[in-house]
Design a protein around this ligand. Structure first.
Ligand SMILES: Nc1ncnc2c1ncn2[C@@H]1O[C@H](COP(=O)(O)OP(=O)(O)OP(=O)(O)O)[C@@H](O)[C@H]1O
Length: 297
């Protein structure tokens, strides 16, 4: 069984003069929760549309499950896009029966299972228009889950949702990952992506500007900062200031703007003043700073 779930090869889409997606090379492997980030207009929706065969690339290819994109491959994909297509005056259950049944017959047992998983079992028979935004989105996820796909594509699943709804969706994505499913998640919520994704790609003007494992990207491309654990943070900040280093106190730590190569110089200037750090490590970045650094023009 191929471990490559999706591979794009020089994938390109032009709309007139605009290269919405520009020679995009990206690879998503089995079991990854893959975040797909980029500023507005960077080409995320266009890429997803090509992955789903909704629009035709101008150039390049999408491979899915190791083969060129095909209707059979797409049957193994669960997509969670928007909730606008559901019938407002039908119940969640009836909507699932109708839309789920478009592709394959839906078993009652599976219906009950997915409704339970998305915590909608007790509201399954109420009309869709009475659902909260979070419930509507969970119904869309239930629909995607019906055929037990191995690959899920989520496009902005938490758009406009409150923190509780966002946490629910996060929990569902984590559960899918625990079941060994592969998840592709396009989102603007960097903190969410940071919490759930194992891998990511960042797009800028149709091109991938960062791609890889989350942990690696947070260390490689983040701010250059060192964390010092010291007995006297206030004195330490003053000494570092005199030595030309920017620093600040965060809890018990002093955070210095410096790269690893400057660790020795920091140690020497502190030791000269009688301060010996208990620990000095490279600070991990936030996804926000990685994103801003990658996408600033
Ligand atoms: N059908 C179209 N015709 C012309 N231009 C288009 C079309 N669809 C998208 N574009 C352009 O392609 C570029 C990429 O758009 P796309 O919607 O893929 O970006 P996005 O990253 O999904 O943005 P957002 O985060 O705002 O949803 C934009 O400049 C957009 O205006």
């Amino acid at each position: 069984m191929s471990d490559c779930i999706v591979k794009t090869e020089n994938l390109t889409k032009r709309f007139g003069d605009i290269a919405a997606v520009d020679s995009l090379n990206m690879e998503i492997s089995r079991g990854q929760v893959f975040g797909f980030l980029g500023p507005n207009g960077s080409g995320k929706t266009t890429t997803i549309a090509m992955m789903l065969s909704l629009i035709r690339p101008t150039a390049g290819k999408v491979y899915m499950f190791g083969q060129e994109l095909s209707p059979e491959a797409l049957m193994r994909v669960g997509t969670v896009m928007d909730t606008g297509g559901f019938y407002p005056d039908l119940s969640g259950l009836d909507n699932l029966l109708i839309f789920g049944g478009l592709h394959q017959p839906v078993g009652r047992k599976r219906l009950a299972e997915v409704l339970e998983t998305v915590s909608l079992a007790d509201r399954a028979k109420t009309k869709f228009h009475t659902y909260s935004m979070g419930m509507k989105q969970r119904l869309a996820i239930a629909l995607a889950m019906l055929g037990d796909p191995e690959f899920y594509i989520f496009d902005e699943p938490t758009n406009g949702m409150d923190p509780e709804g966002i946490a629910d969706i996060r929990g569902l994505i984590i559960r899918l990952a625990e079941q060994g499913k592969t998840v592709f998640l396009a989102s603007h919520l960097l903190a969410e992506v940071e919490q759930v994704c194992s891998h990511l790609a960042i797009l800028k003007k149709g091109k991938v500007v960062r791609q890889g494992a989350m942990e690696e990207l947070l260390f490689l491309h983040g701010r250059s900062e060192m964390e010092l654990s010291v007995a006297n943070p206030v004195k330490t900040v003053a000494i570092l200031f005199d030595a030309g280093f920017d620093s600040r106190i965060e809890g018990d730590l002093v955070i210095v703007t410096a790269h690893e190569g400057q660790a020795e110089a920091i140690g020497v200037c502190l030791a000269a003043e009688g301060i010996y750090p208990r620990g000095m490590t490279r600070a991990k970045s936030t996804l926000e700073s990685v994103f801003l650094q990658a996408t600033e023009s």
